[in-house]
Design a binder for this molecule. Structure first.
Ligand code: PA5
Length: 412
């Protein structure tokens, strides 16, 4: 279960902003109707049995799967797989999953070529537009590799793309790849709970029905409640009001490195959704306790334009008991890593408060498919509301086209 905790919104603030929030949420639901396919998490997933059937076949047939995607088509599934299995997931799962297509690093591509040599490999290509340069190039070179290595490629390629648009759709129709759809009314960064995110998750052995059950329970919980009781709207309003107090940097703080990619997903979601006017929060993240030994200094004594949103996991599956040691290395009380991590979280919040750093907390019971489904849904709904409060369209990203236009000129 997910809970949003803040000691920021009081009755007075809620009352003062009631009309503004109501108007913004109404605007979101009315003006962006064609972009809200993700709001009911079950709606885009009526083909779930087919997804489970095909992913089971992939699991039986192959011992390595390349997942070729970038941005919203990549970050969600990677975030989920890392969060549940940890960053060393490939030591735990079969088939192994290697993400490709998310950079133009030739070194990485060469490494992947070497590594997959001994494996029976297939590729899942995910791109809503079907035209993204990193995805298209990697798709092409690994397709050529399949041809050279196995003498065929068609049966080894699975495509997740839009129904009508793009090069990938055209290639799929011409070559007859097995394919799945990303609905037209779901944008890339809101697509983690569609085929785009769920197919890699299912291949890794995660229970995608549980992911959807978590998201759907939160959807059902919030859909008819007053805005004051809606945790997503409350969080969005907190962000907006903090910005009005000159807090223009939000740091997502996670206390486990397995949330690193979840944090990147959050950065992309908010950055691309909100960063389109001069009034926007700069979303960033830190992984504690690691980053307390670096950026901790900046937050403690640097500029006071920061607020933190902490992901608090109530209980972890595993824990390591230790005897604590003092600064001079004498043994103190018995403790455990998780208990200590919680104490560090408390100490960090108290310390940062001294520098006027406000803290918001999103708490989940544990890291499993159900709770992660809620977490993804919470941030997506909050982000759509938050962008609307800031007066921008949450679903487009005109700014990312600029460098592509210049690149087009440069490569001619
Ligand atoms: O949120 C978005 O729309 C983007 O970040 C896209 O997900 C990203 O650019 C990848 O696009 P595509 O899925 O079309 O390859």
């Amino acid at each position: 279960m997910l809970t949003f905790i803040d000691d920021y919104l009081d009755e007075e603030l809620l009352r003062k902003n009631k009309e503004f929030v109501k108007e913004s949420v109404d605007k979101l639901l009315k003006d962006y109707e064609g972009f809200l396919g993700w709001v009911d998490p079950i709606k885009p997933n009526l083909n779930i049995e087919e997804v489970l059937k095909v992913t089971e076949e992939i699991k039986k047939e192959y011992d390595c799967v390349l997942v070729c995607a970038i941005g919203g088509s990549f970050l969600g599934s990677k975030a989920m797989i890392d969060a549940i299995y940890g960053e060393l997931y490939n030591f735990k799962i079969s088939p192994k999953i290697i993400f490709i297509g998310n950079s133009l690093s030739s070194g990485y591509v060469e490494e992947v070529f070497k590594i997959i040599k001994g494996y029976n490999t297939c590729m899942v290509v995910i791109s809503k537009s079907g035209t993204t340069i990193e995805t298209s190039l990697n798709f092409k070179i690994f397709k050529d590799y399949f041809l050279k290595e196995y003498g065929n490629y068609k049966d080894r390629i699975y495509v997740v793309t839009s129904e009508h648009k793009g090069y990938l759709r055209k290639a799929t129709d011409e070559e007859g790849y097995k394919s799945f759809l990303i609905p037209e009314d779901v944008g890339g960064r809101y697509s983690v709970l569609t085929n785009a995110g769920l197919i890699p998750m299912a291949i890794s052995g995660l229970d995608i029905k549980e992911v959807l059950r978590g998201a759907n329970d939160l959807y059902n919980k919030i859909k008819d409640v007053k805005y004051e009781e809606n945790p997503c709207v409350r969080y969005a309003l907190c962000r907006y009001l903090l910005y009005r107090e000159d807090k223009n940097i939000e740091i997502l703080c996670c206390y486990d490195s397995k949330f690193e990619y979840f944090s990147k997903w959050y950065v992309q979601l908010f950055g691309e959704s909100e960063g389109k006017s001069k009034n926007a929060i700069f979303p960033s993240y830190l992984t504690y306790t690691q980053d307390l030994h670096s950026m901790g200094q900046y937050i403690q004594e640097g500029p006071q334009n920061i607020f933190e949103t902490t992901i608090d996991v109530v209980s972890y599956e595993s824990d390591v008991d230790v005897n604590l040691i003092s600064k001079d290395y004498t043994e103190l009380n018995e403790c455990s890593f998780n208990k200590l991590n919680k104490l560090v979280m408390k100490a960090t919040n108290l310390a940062h408060e001294e520098n006027e750093v406000k803290n918001l907390t999103v708490q989940i019971d544990r890291v499993d498919e159900y709770n992660m489904g809620q977490l993804f849904y919470f941030f997506m709904f909050s982000c759509a509301v938050s962008a609307t409060l800031f007066g921008v369209n949450p679903f487009n990203q005109p700014g990312v086209e600029k460098y592509k236009d210049i690149l087009e000129e440069l490569v001619r």
